[in-house]
Design a protein around this ligand. Structure first.
Ligand SMILES: *Cc1c(COP(=O)(O)O)cnc(C)c1O
Length: 621
């Protein structure tokens, strides 16, 4: 999805392959397999039946009536085995398995006298011959070039240098809440006590985690004003899905299974409609008025039309337009009156924490984004955590897990506590901030957004504001008129910002042709000013296009971003100077970010998967 992705996990897995290469991965796999083979040989030696003749890393042992006893004995030895049923035990080895572990496991099966090194010498592999891989894999040079820690470190650094990340400048992505991921919050997730626990470890081994989860869920319930919270969903979008499943289950339990219409305002985040469809609902769009608010007349019309089948409304507060919609309680009432439930998308909670509670202004269920409001890193990164919070009448329908409890709704992710490994980040954030700190952060985030809106307003129109001309925690600057008059587009401004050393704001969401800016409380005044000065300088460049001082098509905006390669080429044919291109403000000279690429055709890129590494023909045969 947009804000959360499993990209960070994919990168970690990718780097594992980069470092070990194909031969290293094969060596690791062979070692894992040999440990499984030796274990199977040891079991057979002791008269225990091994169910399968072929296997990779997992041995299934048949011990009629004794399985629980074996698992308990192993647990006493510090090894967790899988209790399959009363007669079967599953044992898996991995790259950290040692012979000592095998001895502990065999002891649990009451096998004695097995000499593991002898068994190793005698036992044949148990891999099915026909499935053996014969072709090459991971042939790209990257999987063969970085084999020392020094080389790996430099490779990672080289990749990092291509990015505009939060360690370089603010990332003003509206709706994404790119705030500080503090070192103190991040450090504990590498501790083995948090990182090394299996999601299905026995309850008595997970008391610490259970306490952390309960505390965090309790704090989130208090912050949001709801009665119950589940941290199982791995993303905001998955929280939406879980929340809608709860609504459906609730209607079903009330004998109203036919309620399947979900009202969604036209301004909603794309995930809302997608989640509703996944939950088996029919989406009906509600219009917004000229001020960007839900059009109450249209809401009434849609409610009337679908009254008998109305399941829910999904509404974002503050809205995706960055405004506190004052009719929110009325919207909740009208939907309730028609028998529907209210889902408030809580991704914008950074504008609410400590100031207002969605659970108290009429909503029945919300998701939160711990990877936005509560400091888990994200944005082409993740993994995220999208807790779903509900009022009491929906609590029974929160996600559960068949290996953990018996919720009627079942799981939305593979593990009972989802991405439990990153919960210490949000726990530490809330614990360190305390109630006063969290409220102060919200106030600062709102103040910063309004500061930006006021400083930019003389240069770019701010699209939507609420009462008193104020915005919430983000603001939309409108380039549509500027584009009409000068031909300079949001893309041009976004790409030119890269030359100034900034990541672009959110582009064309929720309104095409606009930029949505969210500074968060993490940016200080100096950084906010640096960002404003960049956008104001860009406005000056747009004026030069308008006045004819810059060429209509060959100008620093349209050609942005400028790479070192294009600036240092012997031929420079553009009607503006290289210095204007690279150093548009004196401050940019001090810490210049060099874009690694020039502009690409975005629409083409989105529609055509292109491997940037070896030519595609290399894969032809
Ligand atoms: C980020 C966001 C979502 C989705 O959250 P993910 O974690 O990216 O799935 C939903 N609604 C709004 C308003 C958001 O900003």
């Amino acid at each position: 999805n947009i804000c959360t992705a499993q990209v960070l996990l994919a990168v970690i897995a990718g780097m594992y392959a980069v470092y070990h290469g194909p031969e290293g991965l094969r060596r690791i796999a062979r070692r894992v397999h040999r440990h499984a083979v030796v274990l199977a040989a040891g079991l057979r030696h002791g008269g225990v039946e091994v169910v399968h003749d072929v296997f990779f890393d997992t041995v299934l042992a048949r011990v009629p009536g004794r399985a629980a006893q074996v698992v308990a004995a192993a647990r006493d030895n510090g090894v967790n085995l899988r209790l399959v049923d009363a007669d079967h035990v599953g044992v898996t080895s991995d790259e950290r398995t040692e012979l000592l572990h095998l001895e502990q496991v065999l002891a649990a099966f009451e096998v004695s006298g097995a000499v593991l090194t002898d068994l190793d010498a005698a036992a044949h592999d148990a891999l099915p011959e026909a499935l053996a891989r014969t072709g090459d894999y991971l042939t790209h040079p990257v999987f063969h070039s970085h084999r020392s820690e020094t080389a790996m470190l430099r490779y990672l650094r080289r990749l990092q240098d291509k990015d505009v990340a939060l360690d370089r400048s603010m990332i003003p992505l509206g709706s994404c809440t790119m705030k500080l991921n503090a070192t103190t919050e991040m450090e504990p997730i590498t501790w083995p006590e948090f990182a090394g626990l299996h999601p299905f470890a026995p309850a008595e081994q997970t008391e610490g985690y259970t306490e952390l989860v309960r505390e965090l869920e309790g704090w989130l319930a208090e912050v949001t004003g709801y009665d119950a919270v589940s941290i199982q969903p791995n993303a905001g979008s998955q929280g939406e899905f879980a929340g809608l499943l709860a609504i459906r289950a609730y209607h079903r339990a009330n004998g109203e299974a036919g309620r399947d219409v979900c009202l969604i305002p036209s301004s909603a985040h794309g995930t809302n409609a997608a989640s509703a469809v996944m939950a088996g609902m029919r989406v009906v769009v509600v219009a917004c008025d000229d001020n960007g608010n839900v059009d109450l007349a249209d809401l009434d019309a849609k409610i009337d039309k679908h009254r008998d089948r109305l399941a829910a409304i999904m509404v974002t507060y503050p809205s995706t337009h960055g405004v506190y919609e004052e009719t929110i309680t009325e919207i909740c009432e009208r939907v309730h009156e028609a028998g529907g439930q209210v889902y408030v998308d809580g991704a914008n909670l950074n504008a609410l924490v400590g100031l207002a509670k969605p659970g108290e202004f009429g909503a029945d269920v919300s998701h939160l984004n711990l990877h936005k409001t509560f400091c888990i890193p994200h944005g082409g990164g993740g993994p995220g955590v999208g807790p779903v919070a509900v009022r009491a009448h929906l609590a029974a329908y929160l996600p559960g897990h068949p290996l953990h409890d018996d919720s009627p709704v079942g799981p939305v992710s593979a593990a009972p506590y989802g991405s439990a490994g990153i919960l210490p980040i949000s726990w530490a954030y809330i614990r360190m901030m305390g109630a006063e700190g969290l409220t102060a952060a919200t106030e600062q985030a709102i103040l910063s957004a309004n500061y930006l809106a006021r400083r930019l307003a003389p240069h770019y129109p701010v699209l939507y504001t609420g009462r008193g001309g104020l915005v919430a925690h983000e603001c939309i600057v409108d380039l549509r008129q500027i584009t009409k008059e000068t031909g300079v587009t949001v893309d041009d401004v976004a790409k030119r910002l890269v030359d100034y050393g900034f990541h672009a704001p959110t582009m064309s969401f929720p309104v095409a042709g606009t930029l949505m800016i969210e500074p968060t409380e993490s940016e200080d005044l100096a950084e906010l000013d640096r960002f404003c000065e960049a956008l104001i300088a860009i406005r000056g460049e747009i004026e030069k296009v308008a006045s004819g001082a810059y060429d209509k098509t060959d100008n620093p905006l349209r050609n942005a971003p400028h790479t070192a390669a294009c600036l240092l080429a012997d031929d420079w044919a553009h009607p503006y100077s290289r210095a204007e291109a690279a150093y548009p403000l004196p401050s940019v000279r001090e810490a210049k970010y060099w874009s690694p690429v020039r502009r690409i055709d975005q629409a083409y890129g989105d529609r055509n998967l292109v491997c940037a590494c070896p030519p595609l023909e290399a894969y032809e045969d």
